[in-house]
Design a binder for this molecule. Structure first.
Ligand SMILES: [Zn+2]
Ligand SMILES: [Zn+2]
Length: 389
């Protein structure tokens, strides 16, 4: 079958403390061990399903910032993505498609069904998995990074990671549109996990601020709108993304640099919008904590909650006393497994309660993968969606 392969040079960084298992399996954080990445088109064997697996014919797959982070390198040539990577691999983890084959022990799926699938393969038996922390499973394999992904005609995946899109396809009356929205479930489910599972949830009537309008921030905006936010104020340095933020439900969307040029700041805007109260929920989806934390501190409402979804290797300045005086909290969150993240996001789409479609700002055929990846480096799109014939 046609596929894209990502390969790189295994070259553990001097001083990186990798375990014996990591060295033996050549599986480690991309940024610590893999250098000089190369994406290329390749022909590989079609997958066959294991007993508990299904084979999905991929219909749509989004290009993720993490893919961009495997394409871009730092000054030493290492890929930027810091999750577990084992190469070569077929990348692509935000996908939906049609089940075309099922293993002997598969119980709930049959050929012909449309599904979206989780991209973080937790083991299910370790202590983290069994106490309800599947996203913190130490044995996690990541689709498209350490397990075969969806930049290919077919992908094999265990039944337990798949969720039906049949209801969505029925409402839309269009399988292709259902698969495109289905491919957005993965990033939106990450936002859902942060707000409603890892966090305390969002009360209707809350004032919300979102820093960073990439797919995670955009998903958060749409979810908070669906959950009854009073106001949503969004920030990003990309003007096209600010447009998408408004289309997905933000009341206001600002470029912090433009605010600074006239002596303003995100915190000033939030305090103005909320008449001095501050934001009850602030979501850091920018991975720019050095710049965003001081704003978040200044604009936090009494009892306010900050949810940290961005990634950065830098230490951020935080005045923790603000948490004491304001009875406020910071919650971190990673992933989209468990907690009802996938099925609830699908249900919101199915009932037309979540406006996710504006996130797709480009559609490219799978054959144009390489230029779509180049395009992702401009960080101007909401989501670039690859579609498969
Ligand atoms: Zn992703
Ligand atoms: Zn586990």
């Amino acid at each position: 079958m046609d596929a894209i392969l990502l390969d790189a040079e295994w070259s553990p960084r001097p001083g990186a403390r990798l375990t014996q298992a990591a060295l033996a399996q050549r599986k480690a954080a991309g940024s610590l061990a893999w250098r000089n990445p190369l994406f290329r088109a390749a022909q590989i064997d079609d997958p066959t399903p294991g007993p508990r697996e299904v084979v999905i014919e991929v219909g749509a797959c989004g290009v993720c910032g993490s893919d961009t982070h495997c394409y871009e390198t730092d000054d030493d040539g290492y890929i930027i993505f810091s999750g577990p990577v084992s190469l070569p691999v077929v990348p692509g983890h935000e996908y939906a498609g049609r089940v075309v084959a099922t293993g002997a022990e598969v119980r709930t799926l049959r050929p012909g069904q449309l599904v979206a699938a989780e991209g973080m393969l937790n083991c299910g038996v370790c202590e983290a998995c069994r106490i309800g922390r599947p996203n913190q499973c130490p044995h996690l394999e990541m689709v498209g990074f350490s397990a075969p992904g969806a930049y290919a005609r077919y992908v094999a995946i265990e039944e337990r990671f798949c969720w039906s899109l049949d209801g969505l396809a029925e409402r839309l009356g269009d399988a292709r549109a259902a698969m495109e929205l289905g491919a957005l479930v993965e990033p939106i489910a990450c936002s859902f996990n942060g707000i409603f599972v890892a966090g305390r949830g969002m009360a209707p009537g809350a004032h919300v601020a979102v820093y960073g309008c990439g797919p995670i921030g955009l998903g958060a905006i749409a979810l908070c709108r669906a959950a009854g936010a009073a106001t949503i104020t969004a920030f990003d340095i990309s003007p096209p993304r600010l447009e998408v933020a408004r289309a997905m439900g933000a009341d206001e969307a600002h470029d912090p640099r433009a605010l600074a040029s006239v002596g303003g700041s995100p915190a000033d805007v939030i305090l103005q919008v909320t008449r001095g109260w501050g934001a009850d929920l602030q979501l850091e989806c920018a991975g720019a904590a050095v710049s965003t934390m001081p704003q978040i501190e200044r604009a936090l409402a009494p009892g306010g909650q900050m949810i940290y979804l961005g990634r950065t290797g830098e230490r951020a300045p935080v005045m923790l006393d603000v948490l004491v005086t304001g009875a406020a909290s910071i919650t971190g969150s990673r992933g989209h497994v468990g907690g009802g993240c996938f099925p609830r996001v699908i249900r919101l789409l199915e009932q037309d309660l979540l406006d996710a479609a504006p996130m797709i700002t480009s559609r490219r055929p799978f054959s144009e993968f390489m230029s779509a990846l180049e395009q992702s480096c401009t960080r101007a799109d909401g989501k670039i969606m690859l579609t498969y014939e």
